[in-house]
Ligand binder design. Structure first.
Ligand SMILES: Cc1ncc(COP(=O)(O)O)c(C=O)c1O
Length: 466
């Protein structure tokens, strides 16, 4: 009894400490530095436990990252063992065995020619590295003008200055500064929200023509890179039209524009393969950025796969003094690389196959939610999906921002045992890859109930006619 009281007291203390001293990501100014978000206490497999003791399905796998699931003993043990062996080495002067081994294994999985890796601390720093590498390479080649970056509306590429400048969601940009003068944004390749008057079958042509127009207007000699998530993740799981990525890639090749595939979400099993670019989309990018699932979220690690050809070109240049002055204290971290190696073992030893085998059931179970009148579209690929709610299905008008329908659904689902990733009028689902078909059924049933309860609330509050 007394013990219980003590635990409760400690929990309240933690809430107060967080509220008083913790600044969380993406706060609104009205609550910045004064916010206690729901606290998680534990995790096991696809489940997490919150401070109230509720067991919840981890619908978004943390932040699209806990691919191998929570509480994997093998991953914890390998981290402890590596920390006891060599906890850190300076990548400026030395290297370590896990980094060397991991580089070889990743090169084996990446599309042909992407045989080098630069390690970072996460996805933003991976994108930042790829962009700075493009700038550096063009400087060395005497093409100082060729540095514009082409991104897309709806994209999310990170929270460092340059990577954030590529972001294409209005909420990400409105109150923040950025290097906008270095970026050109194309349309979001979202078939559900394609422009009026553009038929589905013509949408791909429309997007490709738009890119071609930018190349002709701006000039290929000024464009250094095109950056794209193969499936746009935080923008609402946008699966582009068939052939879109390959056609854009071809235009990049013809115009000597580097194609950077941002696979921070899509790699390490989310689409059933270590990298999705080649296996899923038939793409051969010049660089691939990755993070998140590379360690299943157990350690902050990211990186960029770089085509050896690009490095060879630099080596052949006569600029022996030109230095790629870019590095991170924790590049090639031995503990991160060790856990990534073990994580890769898990993926190769059945997890990729499992992800591929359950993804059809995952997609069809969620697709069935389109029966609900609040749901405008359910879309996805592999083990990532998005349920998009609309105020009415004729105009597909999204429910206005202040209704935050995703958050309402999440609140109900948490009561019922499921964590959802709410995104304005959308709910994004990307569970640990270990999820079974039975657990997918549980997840879909809770989500359905959460949406039904939200519909009831909206009608009762007079916000929606149903
Ligand atoms: C596609 C993509 N790129 C980059 C990032 C940034 O990664 P990080 O938060 O690890 O810096 C994210 C994060 O969600 C992402 O989804």
């Amino acid at each position: 009894m007394q013990g219980g009281a003590k635990v409760e007291e400690a929990a309240d203390e933690l809430t107060l400490l967080a509220e008083r001293h913790l600044v969380q990501p993406w706060p609104v100014s009205g609550s910045i530095g004064a916010e206690a978000r729901g606290r998680l206490e534990g995790g096991d497999g696809i489940y997490v436990t919150d401070a109230a003791g509720r067991k919840l399905i981890d619908g978004p796998a943390g932040m699209w990252c806990v691919n191998a699931g929570h509480r994997r003993k093998e991953l914890a043990e390998v981290m402890a063992a590596q920390a006891m062996e060599l906890s850190y080495n300076s990548p400026w002067y030395t290297t370590n065995a896990p980094a060397a081994r991991l580089s070889g294994r990743l090169a084996g999985h990446a599309p042909d020619g992407l045989d080098h890796v630069f390690y970072t601390t996460g996805g933003s720093s991976a994108v930042e590295t790829a962009l700075r590498f493009m700038q550096f390479a063009n400087n060395v080649k005497g093409r100082g003008e060729k540095k514009l970056i082409v991104s897309r509306q709806g994209a999310y590429h990170g929270s460092t200055y340059l990577s954030a400048s590529l972001n294409g969601r209005p909420r990400d940009q409105d109150w923040m500064d950025g290097a906008g003068e270095q970026v050109v944004k194309l349309s979001c390749p979202n078939p559900f929200r394609r422009p009026d008057g553009v038929a589905a079958a013509e949408f791909c042509d429309y997007l490709v023509a738009e890119f071609l127009d930018v190349i002709e207007t701006v000039g290929a000699e000024r464009i250094g890179a095109f950056v794209a998530e193969p499936v746009m993740a935080s923008g609402g799981v946008i699966v582009p039209p068939d052939g879109y990525l390959r056609r854009i890639r071809e235009l990049c090749r013809q115009n000597d524009i580097l194609f950077i595939a941002d696979e921070v979400v899509t790699a390490f099993g989310r689409l059933g393969h270590v990298f999705a670019s080649q296996e899923v989309f038939g793409l051969d990018p010049d660089m691939i950025t990755f993070a998140k699932g590379v360690t299943s979220g157990y350690f902050p690690l990211g990186g960029v796969m770089i085509a050896g050809r690009l490095l060879e070109e630099l080596r052949r240049s006569n600029h022996s003094e030109a230095m790629f002055a870019h590095g991170l204290t924790y590049s090639s971290h031995p503990v991160g690389c060790a856990v990534a190696l073990k994580n890769l073992d898990l993926l190769e030893d059945g997890l990729l196959e499992h992800a591929r085998s359950v993804s059809g059931h995952f997609q069809s179970s969620l697709k069935a939610l389109e029966e609900l009148p609040l749901v405008g579209e359910v879309r996805g690929m592999g083990l990532m999906a998005c349920v998009e709610c609309v105020a009415d299905r004729v105009s597909n008008n999204p429910l206005t921002l202040d209704l935050e329908v995703g958050k309402r659904i999440d609140n109900h689902c948490q009561e019922l045992g499921l964590l959802v990733r709410p995104l304005i009028n959308m709910c994004v689902m990307s569970p640990p890859l270990t999820i079974s078909t039975g657990q997918i059924d549980d997840m879909a049933a809770i989500l359905r109930r959460g949406i039904e309860l939200t519909m009831d609330d909206l009608v009762r509050e007079g916000l929606w006619r149903g």
